[in-house]
Write a protein that binds this ligand. Structure first.
Ligand code: 5RP
Length: 230
């Protein structure tokens, strides 16, 4: 990770509440989108603040790909153009999304909203992946829960193989798979990510490697912190 620069987007009134911080980070990210951009939209309450900020910019030719039905309907209701990733030949200029935890090296835990599989596909398809968050999302070390998407077929044996895991009752991914939380230790995120990825029946896990991330915008009481990954 490159060194942090404080107050990259100076604000006259630094945000003191979590909601205000989410809005500030979202508004700063909306400014990174230009005319004609192909934009990946994440899922969650921080992204919900991004959508009006993006719509308010009234950019021309912007086409968005949504990672969940909730984001899709909210974006459409605001007049944003939403298309499928396939319509853009699978390529995006920028993707903007929230996170549940962000560590100092840029590793993330995502999937609080159960959309992390689509979110990871969209992040990987994007030239620039921007993470937006309120201050409490920045942590010294990632820790459980790590959301996982599990295929219905064989879910009992997949969960048994994972061991410390809890199915989220009634929760489904945007693609109709089960959502669970891995509750074991997260001492080495790369090692855990590899093990989770190698577990049959596990569609995708919520650990995002720092290499996927381009920018992290964290709104704090002291102003905006913009971490850039070279
Ligand atoms: C959804 C996600 C969200 O980005 C993550 O859970 C953060 O959500 P919020 O912005 O509501 O705090 O990964 O799958």
């Amino acid at each position: 990770m490159a060194p942090e620069s404080a107050n990259a987007q100076p604000s006259l009134t630094p945000p003191h509440t979590v909601e205000a911080q989410k809005r500030a980070a979202a508004e700063a990210a909306a400014l990174l989108v230009g005319d004609g951009a192909r934009v990946g939209l994440g899922t969650g309450t921080t992204v919900a603040q991004l959508l009006p900020a993006l719509a308010a910019r009234q950019l021309s030719g912007v086409r968005c790909v949504a990672t969940s039905p909730a984001t899709r309907s909210a974006a459409l209701a605001l007049g944003l153009t939403v298309v499928e990733l396939e319509d853009l030949d699978g390529e995006l200029d920028i993707a903007i999304d929230g996170a549940d935890q962000i560590d100092p090296t840029g590793w993330l835990i995502k999937g609080g909203g159960g959309a992390h599989t689509r979110e990871k596909i969209v992040a990987a398809a994007s030239k620039r992946f921007v993470v937006i968050a309120s201050a409490e999302k920045a942590v010294a070390h990632l820790k459980a829960p790590v959301p996982v998407e599990i295929l219905r077929f064989g879910a009992i044996s997949t969960c048994a193989r994972l061991g410390e895991v809890q199915l989220r009752e009634g929760a489904l991914s945007p693609d109709g798979n089960l959502i669970a939380d891995y509750l074991g230790p997260v001492e080495d995120p790369a090692l855990l990510a590899k093990w989770l990825s190698g577990t049959p029946g596990l569609v995708e896990h919520g650990l995002f490697a720092g290499e996927l991330v381009s920018d992290i915008l964290i709104a704090t009481e002291g102003g905006m912190v913009h971490r850039r990954v070279p």
